[in-house]
Design a protein around this ligand. Structure first.
Ligand SMILES: [Zn+2]
Ligand SMILES: [Zn+2]
Length: 240
């Protein structure tokens, strides 16, 4: 972790979606500097923002010791005082979903609350629920799917703006809807994935041979054998 100090109110951009002042201590007249684990912001928080494709709101970042002592329910040894903890929410996404996603990307400290999720950069796992800190072993995160990961990487190379996290989210679903492959579609990395699944030389060009093989594959998988590789075919192939 790389914790850095910023003057309170700093507009320095830490990553695509986050500026330093968003992590300022919320106390009044208690401190002038903000501690921020920049690596955590750049890697984990930004990954969460990218995953949902919308603003991730930081309810609370740094808390100086004076302010921490005044916060109801705050732990005496709160990681917010080290600048490595963040209480976040994503509008329109439930806290449990955010907690599950945080778990899936390897965040070790996660606390689930009614209206927000606490995430922090600790190195050994600790998950809990609510202010009474009831320990849980998992939030039920979906396991990463390597087939989906491969698909996402190929889709990115084909110009779809999605993260390659191995989780089949809304953005992957939307991209799969657009990535309909049928006879004559342009050379693409996604076509190569189809071709290796249906047993055709993976040259990336969706031609007659590929179409015939896709029809046979669709028949085998109880799909309409139309030779068009649409959303249902993708979902079957990726097991999502
Ligand atoms: Zn303060
Ligand atoms: Zn917190």
């Amino acid at each position: 972790m790389a914790v850095k100090k910023y003057p309170k109110g700093s507009k320095t951009k830490l990553s695509k979606n986050f500026k330093a002042y968003e992590f300022d201590c919320k106390g009044k007249g208690c401190c002038t500097e903000t501690l921020i684990d920049e690596d955590f912001v750049k890697n984990k928080l930004q990954m969460i923002a990218d995953h949902y494709g919308k603003a991730t709101i930081v309810n609370c970042g740094y808390r100086c010791p004076v302010h921490n002592a005044n916060v109801k329910n705050a732990s005496k040894n709160s990681k917010h005082m080290q600048g490595i903890a963040f209480d976040i929410r994503v509008p329109g996404v439930t806290p449990i979903e955010v907690a599950q996603y945080a778990e899936s990307i390897g965040i070790k400290g996660i606390g689930l609350y009614d209206t927000f999720v606490h995430v922090d950069g600790r190195s050994s796992k600790c998950f809990w629920k609510g202010h009474s800190q009831i320990k849980v072993s998992t939030f039920g995160a979906k396991k990463k799917n390597t087939a989906v990961q491969k698909w996402q990487t190929a889709a990115r190379k084909d110009g779809f703006d999605i993260s390659a996290d191995g989780i089949w989210g809304k953005e992957s679903e939307a991209a799969a809807k657009k990535a309909v492959c049928k006879k004559g579609c342009a050379y693409s990395n996604l076509t190569k994935i189809i071709q290796s699944a249906v047993g055709v030389k993976a040259d990336g060009k969706f031609g007659d041979n590929t179409r015939t093989a896709v029809k046979a594959w669709q028949k085998q998988h109880n799909l309409t054998p139309d030779g068009i590789f649409g959303l249902k075919s993708w979902k079957t192939l990726l097991g999502v």
